[in-house]
Write a new protein. Sequence first.
Length: 361
Amino acid sequence: MPNYIDEFRNSQAAQKMGNILSNYKGPLVSIMEVCGTHTMSIFKYGIRELLPPEIKLISGPGCPVCVTPSFYINAAIELSNKKDVIIATFGDLMRVPGGKSSLLKQKSEGKDIRVVYSPLDSLEIARENPNKKVVFLSIGFETTTPIEALSVLKAKEEGITNFSLLCANKTMPEALKVLTVDKDVSLDGYLYPGHVSAIIGIALYEEMASVYGIPGIVTGFEPLDILYAIITLVSNINSKKIVVENQYSRIVAKEGNQIALSKMYEVFEPCDAVWRGIGNIPLSGQKMRNKYSEFDAWELFKDLPLQEKEAVGCLCGEILKGKRTPKECKLFSGICTPENPVGACMVSSEGTCAAYYKWGT
């Protein structure tokens, strides 16, 4: 059996690849690593320090917490104030600041907010608390949406009527199309996300290459994965080879995970969605189909806030679009730190600001 840790962290191979990149003298190329986990790996392994000025890496909007709009956090906070509601959430949403509070602060004040590892854990909470309404905060890309869909299917199958999702799920391809045509971003290629691609496959990326003429590579998260992907992508860009390569075939199949997709499509359908700092992107979100509206918290609680309002001075939106870096934000590392985050990009472990703060440039 292959050793997928040691083999992809071989120091001698990494040094050879690093030398290839550091000696690059070609034209300027701008590459966006879409996934927040890629951003963290790039910083952790010092890959940016190996690159010459002619190879520019831009961090993209691949952090699900970071792109969740502020009004969603305010809606969750509003729900937590209801005495008959239990909020269930992934832990990385707890510290995201809303307009006047955060879920962590709400919990410290006695609100019933519980951190779970899976939306399926929320079903158990609902079973144990039949007189309470359990709302799971459903965010994320195609990686997590199938399991959230499965939780709805199981709730319906088992007749659990006190469970619902507050959805802010998003899909990656439509957002990438917006960035691709944005002249202020000016991208030459993409490092596509491994986790999302394991679900959706690579056909949508191939469509982008065909329509927009921009190459890309699906890659993993180990240092050799990323180094080899950058070398290949730079070569393809310079040779005008407009292709999408799958260098993460140990995990990603061309057709994706059809079982996971079928669950997702059964429960969810495309809708317009607001991305923090980017704005409304048509058909980039996922909403629950009408047949499952009994599990849709947006339908069950009609008085939730829907107005988006960013923190004054926070550049999270521009950073998510790759137009600014965290160090250009006047709040970064002073007023805004992981212990006292102003924007979502500093909260999540996959956020660009958090990566800059922890690992530097």
